[in-house]
Write a protein that binds this ligand. Structure first.
Ligand SMILES: [Zn+2]
Length: 218
């Protein structure tokens, strides 16, 4: 079973006036939209991820990346702000997908397991769902982590190559999954670091292709 993973295509990352702009991210928007359309055309589910931050004491333990907690990043994708929303351009193709949060870090694993089965059905029947997270690593959302185990093959795109995209691809490779990364539908914060990451991924067996070639495929 195959799925697309759309990483953090949120206003704060994608636009120059966003709180944590990824350089040139707006230039990949048209490719992202084309990839999403193609996935939908092929009836492939889209597993989206999104940052969702609070900056509150209760979340300090998981939000170590925020400056308020001594981390490197300013507040971004704050809960309920426009910056945290998926870019408007996508609403035409995917509407307003359901958000799947995993705040309850104390939930029992068997509850998470059971609930994951339900969320998998949501992803398959609605075609898309957004898994939210309080760190750059989407696998910290245990529903996301479990649902990824069900699929064999993934098409990954979004931002940022050297943070959230890296964490997703790295996590999938650790699970032994087949991963295709669309190189002109991703953007990185540090250009040199992102280029090195792509080289390493290629060595590890990640398939790197351009949007144009992905669109030509089945
Ligand atoms: Zn974040």
């Amino acid at each position: 079973m195959k799925a697309g993973i759309m990483v953090d295509v949120q206003n704060d990352f994608m636009f120059a006036d966003g709180a944590l702009y990824v350089p040139n991210a707006e230039n990949i928007i048209s490719n992202i939209v084309e990839v999403v359309k193609k996935l939908k055309e092929n009836d492939l589910p889209i597993i989206a991820t999104a940052d969702k931050h609070y900056g509150l004491k209760d979340y300090a333990e998981v939000e170590t990346e925020l400056q308020v907690n001594g981390g490197p990043f300013p507040d971004h994708c704050m809960n309920g702000t426009p910056g945290g929303m998926l870019i408007g351009t996508l609403s035409e193709t995917i509407g307003v997908p359901r958000k799947i949060d995993d705040y309850h870090s104390h939930s029992f694993e068997d509850v998470i397991e059971k609930q994951s089965q339900y969320y998998l059905k949501v992803v398959l029947s609605e075609g898309v769902a957004i898994f939210t997270k309080q760190t750059y690593d989407a696998f910290r959302n245990r529903y996301f982590a479990r649902i990824c185990k069900i699929f064999d093959e993934f098409i990954v795109f979004g931002v940022a190559t050297d943070f959230c995209v890296y964490a997703v691809v790295d996590g999938l490779m650790r699970l032994g999954k087949k991963v295709t990364l669309i190189t002109d539908a991703i953007a990185g914060v540090d250009k040199a670091k992102s280029a090195d990451i792509l080289l390493q991924f290629q060595k590890d067996g990640v398939v790197l292709i351009k949007t144009e070639d992905f669109l030509k495929g089945e």
